[in-house]
Design a protein around this ligand. Structure first.
Ligand code: FES
Length: 173
């Protein structure tokens, strides 16, 4: 059995009540994702031990679902709204300008230094601010809307985030 690290012990405490053969695999993965913001290989090994599965079975199930992440969340995530009102107001242009400035190919990618990530979002009903993104800081579990974006504003925002600005410091121009 691998050495018990602090990370392993934390995962074990989180899922210690789950039993093999009870169909608890998804629940275990959800708990870990919720607590840590991602699922490490080490965490998947603990899940496999707890539920008497092979690590490859846990990995196979986890990678089937797009909501799970397998690397630490970036310091800042820009969640781009894919809803219809944002779409009508050049949402795609905003997305493309932002990705190009960050040097990324598609939503879901993150910068090489792990600082800024991007994610696909859904309309949350605040369409009067379209087109918009939400900027989420993982350290503070905080999120704020930056709305009425233009491509130029999206470029300035992405550049500032890439260069180290916090969520509160961007999108005010
Ligand atoms: S469509 Fe983007 S907030 Fe509603």
């Amino acid at each position: 059995m691998p050495l018990e690290t602090e990370a392993r012990a934390q995962v074990r405490a989180l899922i210690g009540d789950l039993k093999p053969n009870d169909g608890d695999l998804l629940q275990a993965l959800h708990r870990i994702q919720h607590e840590f913001g991602w699922i490490s290989r080490e965490a998947m090994e603990v899940v496999a031990e707890q539920l008497a599965l092979y690590p490859s079975e846990v990995y196979g199930a986890a990678t089937f679902y797009s909501e799970f992440r397998f690397q630490p969340p970036p310091a800042v995530t820009v969640r781009w709204c894919s809803g219809p009102a944002c779409h009508l107001r050049n949402g795609r242009g905003i997305r493309d300008a932002m990705l190009a400035t960050l040097g990324l190919q598609e939503l879901g990618d993150q910068t090489e230094d792990g600082r800024v990530g991007t994610w696909l979002g859904q309309c949350n009903g605040t369409c009067e601010l379209a087109p918009q993104v939400w900027i989420e800081e993982s350290a503070h579990h905080s999120s704020r809307v930056v709305g009425r974006l233009t491509a130029a504003k999206a470029v300035r925002m992405a550049r500032a985030l890439r260069d180290g600005a916090g969520a509160d410091e961007v999108g005010h121009d």
